[in-house]
Design a protein around this ligand. Structure first.
Ligand SMILES: *Cc1c(COP(=O)(O)O)cnc(C)c1O
Length: 765
């Protein structure tokens, strides 16, 4: 489903309470998300802090699958093995003093239950919450939430709830009385703007509660499970909550909440049977996921990772000099950048550049990446944040600024390095994924907009959005034929599989497009496509873009030599034939299957010779050229069978339907069973088209003499040519006679010459 279809469908049927970004996320792995168009995003939202262990975890999938086959549902009217294990485990991993747990299904439910338990245990009604606190959206939890526009439409909420200033002990002192059942706080106010609780405040609050007989509820729905650098933030404050609220990341993404209960609750004597409950609470499926999640936290020491990466990120962000940043705050990987402006436009700009982040209130940008994010991904996200906030980076930082990177990537050595690195990434047909993602990363660093589309093509362009303008499309391909050739640069020659066929032309396309993008002012968008499966009969990549563009001009990325332009490709037709005969004695009257097959091939040859005498003259491009690719006979004592494959190279003026009918007629006469495949019509344009003329003057401008070529093979030109019109040529550096050979190599001088020619062409058309 395309993004637009998904958005339309959701918008038609959803309640409408969510303000959504115009993105349809369909897949995730680690800290990377992909949208329905295959575009990649660095996830700095982690599903609001749910995906701490990262997306696409096979351990969670396996735990869920195994448990689902055993038992999914089991309300707490009976006991269950998985639940028993999780309850014990939660008591073990949470701060001391929490001896029992109530299991539920979400954060708001954990808070809801906490408030009920507090009232039950103390026999009091008052709840003290804080300004900017967030605790959920159901009526009870909402009463403790501060944000006015979440609350006001639903008033009256539960009575006896007051909100006091956060980090203000004097205010707490005045608010906590003998009617107070509980004080509820977050240790870092996450939704409310990433405000960090002070040690003295939290400890003072705990003491005050104790003194006045009120319970301390700590809401670690967001700060829990490693987010702030310890498994629970409580550990950094040295306080023992009477009630601890957990949810979000507890079960690796599966909905679940939990309420930890301390001695003052359990020993109150008021937690009686039937006083609270929930149908789904403690279901074996969620419990199994939670156990697998806790294993991951232990094995990967994610809290320590959050602490280290968080400190690194905080340092980088605090060093940014930006006119829009007011303050940077954070604990672990819960990071907030307070802006002097509204945050919304910046969030959109981040999405545009492939980073998904969150707000925290109207003017705080919140970063909440999965704790498994790699340092490189985090740095990349921070670079983009800096870019979007218009920050000049700290001079002390060694990493280059984005602007410098752009400068770098345009140098001739960087352009050669790009191709060299591409050659080291294998990309056989249908296995182009790694190269595609590498290309996206590179293109973005070179200042282009880039993504992987739904069929797996790499797409990069000068413009973020290709709307109704007719773009110039540069269609290369990523896939190569098999055969590893060690990558090396020797005497100005770069060796490697794909140097000529695939990667040389594609790299030249990207470099030339990045050059024109950097010069700016190119009003007609240029799109580079690195197609998948060009070498396969499917041509899946090229077929996937036929309908997407209506190009004003198209350059196909195939080696022609940097001074030459290809203006025609022959067509192709593959046919598989099969003849079956009853086994007979060699002297018998029956003709053998291999003789029949050979006779059929004889007809094909003679027909082609006659056709060529009549139509083609001496031109091999205009000739009909059949080749017998394979022929095999076998017999099993009862029947003997011969199968063969014939490949035709077709000239432009040949009627393929006629040819097929002719072949079928002979097949019928000879009792041969035929199947056709790989049909491509020849494509031919002329040197008079604007694009060819642009190449002539560009090649002349570099002091060389342009020539034109026709190719006897096929390329993606055959696929898109019939749909995209005549203003199309194929061009690319490299000697095409090296295609598919063990000697495949390209001269660096020719490669850079081709980039110069392409740059010049893009600037003239
Ligand atoms: C998200 C959140 C909640 C509410 O959790 P839901 O699962 O969305 O109901 C409560 N408290 C805090 C601190 C939260 O961040």
């Amino acid at each position: 489903m395309s993004t637009t279809t998904i958005i339309e469908q959701e918008d038609t049927y959803t309640s409408g309470v969510y303000g959504k970004r115009l993105l349809a996320i369909v897949r995730g792995q680690g800290a990377i998300l992909w949208d329905a168009e295959g575009r990649e995003y660095i996830d700095c939202a982690a599903g609001h802090g749910v995906a701490n262990i990262g997306h696409g975890r096979s351990e969670i999938a396996a735990a869920l699958a195994a448990q689902a086959q055993r038992l999914i549902t089991c309300p707490e009217i009976v006991y269950n093995d998985v639940r028993a294990r999780l309850l014990e485990r939660l008591v073990q991993v949470t701060p001391e003093g929490l001896s029992h747990f109530f299991l539920c299904n979400s954060g708001t439910e954990a808070v809801e239950g906490a408030l009920k338990f507090a009232r039950l245990a103390t026999g009091r009604t008052g709840i003290v919450a804080t300004l900017r606190g967030f605790h959920g959206r159901t009526m009870g939890a909402l009463s403790a939430t501060w944000e006015k526009h979440y609350r006001e439409p639903f008033a009256p909420l539960i009575p006896d709830v007051s909100h006091i200033r956060y980090n203000d002990l004097t205010a707490a002192e005045a608010a906590i009385t003998e009617h107070t059942a509980a004080v509820i706080i977050e240790l870092v106010q996450a939704e409310g703007g990433v405000h960090i609780g002070q040690q003295a405040y939290v400890q003072g609050l705990a003491a005050l509660c104790h003194e006045r007989g009120a319970l301390l509820i700590i809401d670690e729905v967001q700060t829990g499970f490693g987010r702030t650098g310890t498994l629970f933030a409580c550990e950094q404050y040295g306080v023992q909550p009477d009630i601890l609220c957990l949810a979000k990341s507890i079960a690796g993404g599966v909905p679940m909440g939990a309420i930890g209960l301390g001695a003052r609750v359990m020993e109150s004597g008021h937690i009686s049977k039937g006083s609270h409950g929930t149908t789904f609470g403690g279901n074996p499926l969620a419990c199994a996921a939670a156990l697998a999640t806790l294993d991951i936290f232990e094995q990967e020491d994610l809290p320590a990772r959050a602490a280290a990466l968080g400190a690194h990120a905080l340092k980088r962000l605090q060093a940014l000099q930006s006119p829009v940043i007011r303050e940077v705050r954070g604990l672990g990987l819960l990071l907030g950048i307070e802006l002097k402006k509204r945050v919304q436009p910046y969030l959109e700009a981040l999405i545009e550049r492939g980073v998904l982040a969150l707000p925290a209130g109207p003017n705080v940008l919140r970063l909440l990446p999965p704790l498994v994010i790699t340092e490189a991904q985090l740095d990349r996200a921070l670079d983009i944040v800096a870019e979007v906030l218009g920050a000049t980076p700290n001079p002390e930082r060694e990493t280059q600024s984005v602007a410098e990177t752009h400068e770098e990537s345009s140098s001739p050595t960087a352009e050669v390095a790009l191709l060299q690195r591409m050659l080291t990434i294998p990309s056989l047909s249908t296995h182009e994924g790694a190269l595609a993602h590498f290309m996206v990363e590179q293109a973005r660093q070179m200042g282009l907009h880039a993504y992987v589309d739904e069929v797996g093509n790499f797409v990069a362009s000068t413009h973020a959005e290709i709307t109704d303008q007719q773009p110039v499309v540069l269609l290369g391909h990523m896939d190569t034929v098999p055969g590893n050739i060690p990558v090396r640069l020797e005497d100005g020659i770069l060796y490697g599989r794909g140097a000529v066929d695939a990667k040389g032309p594609l790299a030249a396309f990207v470099c030339a497009t990045a050059r024109v993008a950097r010069q700016g002012g190119h009003s007609r968008p240029v799109v580079v496509v690195g197609a998948v499966e060009e070498e396969a009969a499917t041509s899946r990549g090229a077929r996937g873009v036929i309908k997407r563009y209506q190009p004003s001009a198209c350059i196909i990325g195939e080696p022609s030599g940097s001074q030459a332009v290809t203006i025609g490709y022959k067509g192709r037709l593959l046919l598989d034939g099969c003849v079956t005969q009853q086994s007979s004695h060699s002297a018998g009257p029956l003709q053998r299957s291999n003789e029949i097959a050979a006779a059929f091939w004889g007809r094909v040859r003679r027909h082609a010779d006659e056709w060529n005498q009549e139509h083609a003259g001496k031109s091999s491009f205009a000739a009909l050229l059949p080749a017998l690719l394979t022929i095999n006979s076998e017999q099993d004592g009862l029947a003997e069978r011969t199968s063969f494959t014939i490949s035709y190279r077709l000239p432009p003026n040949l009627d393929i339907a006629n040819l097929r009918t002719q072949l079928q007629r002979w097949a019928l006469e000879d009792d041969v069973h035929l199947t056709f495949s790989g049909e491509e019509v020849a494509y031919q344009t002329t040197r008079a088209i604007p694009l060819a003329r642009a190449f002539i003057s560009a090649i002349r401008a570099t002091g060389e003499q342009p020539t034109f070529k026709y190719k006897t093979g096929t390329s993606d030109m055959n696929v898109v040519g019939p749909h995209w019109g005549q203003n199309m040529v194929a061009y690319g550096p490299g000697d095409s006679s090296l295609d598919h050979t063990p000697q495949e190599h390209i001269r660096v001088a020719e490669y850079t010459h081709a980039i110069d020619v392409l740059e010049c062409v893009l600037n003239t058309i």
